[in-house]
Design a protein around this ligand. Structure first.
Ligand code: SF4
Ligand code: SF4
Length: 111
């Protein structure tokens, strides 16, 4: 049997430039929200007040607010992007893989 051509990999090690966290707003599923709200020790109302982007009203999923052009949870530690909720970050962020196919990662290499 003819073997399938191996899928070309474009994965790279994350350079922690933080570009992805400035270009995108993270979606928060209800499960993500329960986990993150417990982690940050807030009530849901406090979460909405501080981190929820009120412009998104189209599904039960929510969007994390951007502050000063980046995700409210992005910080820099000695020049390296750091997620303040890394241990419980939204599923969409956990699935994100740095790669040469990503314009965000390529942009980060230029900085
Ligand atoms: S939650 Fe963390 S990983 Fe996700 S966009 Fe915000 S700072 Fe980046
Ligand atoms: S843009 Fe790519 S390299 Fe930069 S922090 Fe995001 S995943 Fe990592």
């Amino acid at each position: 049997m003819k073997s399938a051509k191996p899928k070309e990999t474009t994965a790279i090690e994350c350079r922690r430039c933080g570009v992805c966290c400035t270009r995108h707003q993270a979606f928060v599923t209800p499960e993500d929200a329960d986990r993150i709200i417990a982690y940050v020790g807030m009530t849901p109302a406090e979460w909405d007040e501080k981190y929820d982007d009120p412009r998104w009203k189209y599904s039960e999923w929510r969007l994390i607010r951007h502050i000063n052009g980046a995700c409210a949870f992005l910080t820099f530690n000695e020049g390296l992007a750091t997620c303040r909720i890394h241990a419980v970050k939204p599923a969409c962020c956990a699935k994100w893989q740095a790669g040469l196919d990503k314009t965000e990662c390529k942009e980060g290499m230029l900085t």
